[in-house]
Design a protein around this ligand. Sequence first.
Ligand code: PBG
Length: 322
Amino acid sequence: MDLINRPRRLRRSNAIRNLISETQLNSADFLMPVFVKENISNPEPISSLPGISRYDLKSAVSYCKQLKKYGIQGCLLFASINEDKKNSQATEAVNLNGFYCDVIKAIKDAIDDFVVMTDVALDPFSSDGHDGLVVNGTILNDATVDILAQMSVLHATIGADFVAPSDMMDGRVGAIRLALDNAGFIDTGIMSYAAKYASNFYGPFRDALDSAPKEGDKKTYQMDFRNRDEAIKEAQLDEAEGADILMVKPASLYLDVISDVKAATNLPIAAYHVSGEYVMLKAASEKNILNYEQALTEALIAIKRSGADIIVSYGALDYLTI
Ligand code: PBG
């Protein structure tokens, strides 16, 4: 055989492969999801999310310090609220003296130059377990958006660097931007969950926060996973409404969407490697079917390769401490 092109020359050694590798992943690419819970005094392991815990206020601060030590740039905070504080109006979501605000403040006060992003949606605070207000089985859009805007101003007041609306109501990014600006928070950013799909891979997260919908599903607001072009439309709307970072979620099963959205905008793209995507790797490795570290590395690299600038993953710390 007389071959001119031999691509295998570039795969001969680890050093050559490193030299020509197209994708690098480092600590600056990650945001870590952090679960906080009131009325506990020690971290509480989450059985459906092996390796991940819910933190009380004090341990949340030390955990975030540890994340920073490993080079992770920030956290995406989710609150688990007492059942008796949940109601149909999700009033605890706008409680300035509530536990969630205390945690935001404690982390901002204790850690310098660490990005705190807050979740903006009603599900952790709603007795219905939906991201918006529910009336006769319908999720109200505009009334929900009003609360999300108030919630965002509240988080900005406490010191959040970014608010991250994960609710998928129409027009919420514009309403949040306007409310933040009117309140003087021109520097508080918005990372919008722009293309968030009605996914079957959110189960462990809903266990972690005890926030599963009491009735129905989220298909009237989250996207249909059969759709690809619609993600571009959602991303462009959020960009036009003033989003600073656009997110695609889930991540490893939606690489086509990440790549499309990346090509359609100049904003930074975040991808959320969700609870179910993480748990599949953990569960398979516990059965000795996959090597967790290697499979996690491949999944995270694939997400970056597809165009994500920021990766939210429960495996971030594992990846950096392998
Ligand atoms: C809800 C929210 C969900 C996640 C983040 N925010 C679940 C849902 O939409 O039901 C899922 C994240 C994960 O699975 O890791 N606002």
